[in-house]
Design a protein around this ligand. Structure first.
Ligand code: ZN
Length: 205
């Protein structure tokens, strides 16, 4: 079963790829000498940011972006409890969060990779993902879930027009990731059509 899926969701990274265009402001079409691929721009960017942030965490050096205006975020009691519980594991992750009364926190800085996100939405997204983790979660698990939530928030959305230069940059960054074919949640990033299949379909071979 995996074989058939892999066939259309994997592609050769060694080949030079040419970005041919964007379709529906959501998908990037690219071609090599042998293959044509359709890239989901949101999940592709998610994969890039996910690995970038995890690498920063692993290196213990996550660049921060100070907020010009610190943001007061109201949390539910469950979220407050969760934040306390994971505090140690949440350290050094690029956020600067201070308690502010019994039901809210002040966010003073966010990881630079997510500097364009709304800080409150970013925090909610990450807490939600950690909330669903098993109770015995490790530091690594908190890191992975933080990275997944953060990259989903910060990644370019569907229905976003991209310039040729931006698409080329994204494709090059995707090709440089460890796992360019799946997003952090295991969804495929690309669909592929090989020259053989095309020729067969056109009854050329
Ligand atoms: Zn996403």
């Amino acid at each position: 079963v995996a074989g058939a899926d892999e066939e259309i969701t994997s592609f050769s990274r060694e080949m030079p790829w040419q970005v041919l265009g964007q379709w529906r402001n959501s998908f990037i079409i690219a071609g090599s000498a042998e293959e044509l691929i359709i890239i989901d721009q949101h999940v592709a960017h998610e994969r890039v940011l996910y690995e970038e942030y995890l690498n920063q965490l692993a290196a213990g050096d996550v660049p921060r972006q100070k907020l010009l205006v610190p943001i007061n975020v109201e949390l539910t009691p469950a979220q407050m409890l969760l934040l306390e519980k994971i505090e140690g594991r949440f350290e050094d992750n690029g956020f600067e969060i201070e308690p502010f009364g019994p039901r809210s926190v002040v966010v003073k800085a966010v990881p630079a990779v997510a500097s364009r996100c709304e800080a409150d939405q970013l925090l909610f997204e990450i807490l939600e993902r950690i909330e669903n983790a098993p109770d015995d979660y490790s530091v690594e698990e908190v890191h992975r879930r933080t990275a997944a939530g953060l990259s989903c928030r910060a990644a370019v959305k569907m229905n976003t027009p991209l310039t040729q230069a931006k698409m080329e940059h994204l494709v090059n960054m995707l090709l440089a990731t460890e796992e360019p074919t799946t997003c952090p949640h295991g969804r495929p990033v690309v669909l592929k059509l090989g020259i053989r299949e095309l020729e067969k379909s056109f009854k050329r071979i």
